[in-house]
Design a protein around this ligand. Structure first.
Ligand code: AHG
Ligand code: MN
Ligand code: MN
Ligand code: MN
Length: 335
């Protein structure tokens, strides 16, 4: 192999963050350091997921979290790793996690200016089968004068400064976006120990006939949702169904291939299943910045939804612009 064929000028996430920081004269470097801690937590979580079957990390922890989920051992470990990374960054004042009933306030860092919400392991019911799972994160900047309380996160998703997720699949894929900015995708190179920019400025296809939802819930669905799903199956060229049951993995595929992911509110879960702060809102920012749409079951733009409590849930439809528009149009017809 001639050296001219080797890419000697790789854009790593580390390099990308440094270059971004130097572009913004006002930047203090705090956000960059926070991102370094985020990427380190993803590397660690990926490492333990890969080794789970070898070091007895499968199965349940024997506890449950505030939203009623049975915690897997890796839910607890992922949560501990994420919290430690955020604490040690020194840049996070307050942290909300799926696995913690209350928001964690880092009083040892009273001047830290960021708030973070996270789902340490999304799709944890899939862990023991070795199916892809992920970590979801949302970053908020504290308002001037804020002293760090959960109110710093009880905001519309449009206030996030950054959001994204890492999917632990055949490789670890990190997708990240900043408010109003492009969506960039990075692939973990295990040998280099770096996330490499492999998917710059991701754009979701405008439409694609793939739908992703748990149709096992359809007996609980409302009429417009039933009509929407049926219309896809009765289309001239019927849609394909794809549902992994790890939102991160279903969302990543939807982002790359196009289509729609839905977890609507229904008679069994009138508020929906997925949680606003660390599942719906960060995904919504990724999909919107990639040119798609994300809405709740009332057809409101997901990024305008303000949670009342840190673990509040919502119905969600997200994906290709045209596919989400179909859901909106059918709901409009029902009034
Ligand atoms: P988590 O593992 O973080 O609790 O999230 C589970 C979520 C999400 O990953 C997935 O889309 C959804 O639950 C699957 O729910 P069903 O099993 O009800 O389809
Ligand atoms: Mn859970
Ligand atoms: Mn989740
Ligand atoms: Mn989770």
């Amino acid at each position: 192999v001639g050296s001219e064929k080797i890419n000697v000028d790789i854009m790593t996430l580390t390099r990308f963050l440094t270059e971004e920081q130097t572009k913004h004269k006002e930047a203090t470097g705090d956000f960059t350091l926070l991102c370094h801690a985020l990427q380190f937590s993803f590397k660690q979580i990926a490492y333990y997921i890969r080794r789970a079957s070898l070091i007895n990390l499968g199965g349940l922890a024997g506890s449950s979290n505030t939203t009623g989920d049975d915690q897997k051992k890796l839910d607890v470990i992922g949560n501990d790793l994420f919290i430690a990374a955020m604490r040690s960054s020194g840049r996070v004042r307050i942290l909300v996690s799926e696995e913690e009933e209350e928001a964690i306030v880092f009083d040892e860092h009273p001047h830290a200016r960021y708030a973070v919400a996270c789902d340490p392991i999304d799709g944890s019911s899939n862990l023991d089968a070795g199916v892809s799972v992920g970590t979801i994160f949302a970053v908020y900047r504290l308002a001037e004068g804020s002293r760090g309380s959960k109110e710093d996160l009880l905001l519309p998703g449009s206030e996030m400064v950054a959001a994204g997720f890492t999917m632990y699949g055949a490789s670890a894929q990190l997708v990240m976006t900043m408010r109003g900015g492009p969506v960039n995708g990075y692939t973990m190179d295990n040998a280099l120990g770096e996330f490499i920019l492999t998917h710059p400025d991701m754009k979701i296809p405008k439409k694609r006939s793939i739908y992703s939802c748990n149709e096992g819930n359809s007996k609980y669905w409302d009429e417009p949702v039933l009509e929407w799903c049926n219309s896809l199956k009765q289309a001239e060229k019927p849609y394909s169904a794809r549902y992994i049951g790890s939102m991160v993995a279903d969302a990543y595929r939807t982002l790359l291939y196009g289509g729609i992911f839905a977890y609507p509110a229904d008679k069994k879960s009138p508020k929906g299943k997925l949680r606003i702060l660390y599942e719906c809102a960060p995904m919504a920012m990724v999909f919107e910045n990639a040119g798609g749409q994300a809405i709740n079951s009332k057809m409101d733009r997901m990024l305008t939804v303000v949670p009342e409590h840190i673990h509040d849930r919502s119905g969600i439809f997200m994906g290709s612009y045209d596919e989400v528009q179909k859901v909106i149009d059918i709901h409009k017809k029902h009034g």
